[in-house]
Ligand binder design. Structure first.
Ligand SMILES: [Zn+2]
Ligand SMILES: [Zn+2]
Length: 337
């Protein structure tokens, strides 16, 4: 890519989100808009009530499942690698490796390219194809775990901790807090990959997302609802539920629940303690500090725009690495991991 003398100005941060005037569309807008390009189905990126929505078929299915009739006025599926022109702006979606259907929006206009990477990670994930680095003039990166303290251990180590605990405490149900979209299915596929073949029990709030993954061919093995099971049946079993469920009356139906939680934030001991988590599992769907830096050096963009997390630390580090960088300070993004 040619090094532009000044920053491309055809994509701008606005209070509604990133706006492309030439193509008259927003990327991951936080308020309802006429035309939206959506990187993935997490609720801080995919919101209800837009007019036309362009996204991968998987993301559109997730939006329909979550929002029903409010999933958007019209849906335009764009498969990975296909391109479409919106008002002279070429739009392509390529894998981001974050969750099912997650994409980077690759935008080309008048000889310059901006990549909105959405959320991404670099580790293998059996539920989606891996992140594909794209050469570009501007790389817009998340910084959810943009601090040197965040170095995620290998997923296999964390899953082993859970499997080991099951052996130590066969009388206790192991309640693993997982975000409903992405983390839940990732934990299931990691367990299956490590040979765990028992049925996995699900809180009702996780069932619909699992069904969407299965509809797209992701193998999750035997899944059973917690509803209708007896206490004895759940002894020594793995139960997945939203992180908040552990402190709700719902959890009383579990036999002596051992509370675990799968999240990149579990690296912070204090957070685990505050949430009453006995077994913290550092399993993340976001790049850790090393992976953020490695990705920047792989993409080698003319310029980096940072959003969504610890912007300041990554901004400084990118500068030290010799990159021109700015913090976008977009509002409306949550700590979804
Ligand atoms: Zn996300
Ligand atoms: Zn996000």
């Amino acid at each position: 890519m040619s090094e532009p003398s000044k920053s491309p100005d055809w994509l701008k941060p606005t209070p509604r989100g990133l706006y492309c005037e030439a193509g008259d569309f927003y990327v991951d807008p936080v308020y309802p808009v006429e035309r939206a390009v959506i990187t993935h189905g997490h609720s801080d990126h995919a919101r209800a009530g837009h007019g036309a929505v362009l996204a991968t078929p998987e993301t559109l299915a997730i939006m329909r499942q979550r929002f029903g009739e409010n999933a958007g006025g019209s849906h335009q599926p764009l498969a990975y690698g296909e391109a479409i022109s919106l008002g002279g702006v070429d739009v392509k979606l390529v894998p981001a490796g974050h969750i099912l259907g997650s994409a980077q929006a690759v935008l080309d206009y008048r000889g310059s390219r901006i990549v909105v990477s959405g959320d991404y990670k670099r580790r293998a994930d059996l539920t989606c194809p891996p992140f594909e680095p794209q050469p570009c003039d501007v790389f817009i990166t998340e910084a959810t775990f943009g601090l040197p303290v965040f170095r995620h251990p290998p997923d296999t180590e964390e899953i082993d901790k859970l499997l080991h605990s099951l052996k130590l405490f066969p009388e206790r149900a192991h309640l693993v807090g997982t975000y409903a979209l992405g983390k839940c299915q990732r934990v299931i596929t990691l367990l299956r990959r490590q040979g765990y073949e028992e049925p996995i029990y699900l809180h009702g709030a996780l069932q619909a997302c699992c069904k969407t993954y299965q509809d797209f061919g992701v193998e999750l093995g035997a899944l059973l609802p917690v509803l209708g099971t007896t206490k004895d049946e759940l002894r020594g079993k793995i139960v997945l539920a939203p992180p908040s469920a552990a402190t709700e009356p719902w959890a009383r139906r579990l036999p002596d629940a051992l509370v675990a939680q799968a999240s990149g934030w579990m690296r912070v001991r204090q957070r685990a303690r505050q949430r009453g988590v006995e077994l913290p599992l550092v399993i993340s769907d976001h790049a850790d500090w090393d992976e953020l830096l490695a990705t920047i050096d792989e993409v080698k963009p003319g310029e980096i725009w940072i959003t969504h997390g610890a912007e300041e630390a990554l901004l400084r580090q990118a500068g030290l690495m010799g990159y021109r960088a700015r913090a976008l300070s977009l509002v409306g993004f949550e700590e979804e991991d």
